[in-house]
Design a protein around this ligand. Structure first.
Ligand code: DX5
Ligand code: ZN
Length: 230
């Protein structure tokens, strides 16, 4: 019998985080219940401020309502100076992720997220180098790799990001730290397996899940081969 650490990454169960950015806002309540039935692991909440990215989305009151649903919340802050609103989201989230490009105080804020009892995430835009991560690894529980430019759902995956996922996987493994890799942008049933093989632990998916007639089947197809089938 193999022990879990010997099982190839592509056969391990990945988490699926459904991005609510692609939901129909007039039907969001029933869509969230459908996601719960479909067995998503996390609700991914894309918070945008119209400044760091050219779009506006959700605030902390909405996060509080989602918290009551009982699916762990994964907050992706695409906002300039996230220190201004961090604490409010920490009250309701399991993961809170800030962008490396959005503040000069990444190290301090990752610490702050942990102090508030959440898992700390740092996100990198497609053009941001993994070198950035070197001095914040000890404060990080999750690295979010953007595989589209942030701001909109439904964009196409940028193929050169596959190499970046592998590079960051190697960095984490060499450091021997239990940091999860989240991949966000353009994830579908067609590219999920490749992304998992390169090192992803959590897949964010919006358009692919919400445009499907069967959310449960879409979530299943993203997970790839489950541990059971090994
Ligand atoms: C993009 C957001 C993503 C997006 C993913 O700025 O961070 O979370 O909603 O959606 P899809 O899967 O449609 O690319
Ligand atoms: Zn996101």
């Amino acid at each position: 019998m193999m022990n879990y650490s010997e099982i190839p990454r592509e056969f391990k169960k990945v988490k699926v985080a459904a991005s609510l950015l692609s939901a129909n806002m007039l039907e969001i309540g029933s869509d969230v219940m459908k996601l719960k039935d479909a067995g998503v692991d996390l609700l991914h909440l894309d918070v945008m401020d119209g400044h760091f990215v050219p779009n506006l989305t959700f605030g902390p009151d909405f996060a509080r309502r989602l918290y009551e649903v009982g699916i762990p919340l994964d907050v992706h802050l695409m906002v300039s100076n996230p220190e201004c609103m961090l604490d409010q989201f920490c009250d309701y989230a399991e993961y809170v992720t800030i962008h490396a490009e959005a503040t000069p105080h990444v190290h301090r804020l990752l610490r702050r997220i942990r102090e508030k009892g959440c898992k700390s995430g740092v996100a990198l835009n497609p053009s941001t180098s993994p070198n950035f991560l070197q001095y914040v690894l000890d404060e990080t529980d999750l690295i979010l790799i953007m595989t589209v430019n942030p701001g909109l759902g439904g964009q196409s995956f940028i193929p050169s990001m596959l190499h970046k996922i592998k590079e960051i996987r190697d960095l984490i493994d060499q450091a021997g730290l239990p940091i999860e890799i989240q991949v966000d942008g353009g994830i579908t049933g067609d590219n999920a397996h490749e992304v998992i093989k390169k090192g992803a632990d959590i897949l964010v998916s919006g358009n692919y899940i919400f445009s499907s007639d069967d959310m449960a089947a879409a979530v299943y197809s993203l997970r790839g081969t489950s541990l059971k089938e090994c």
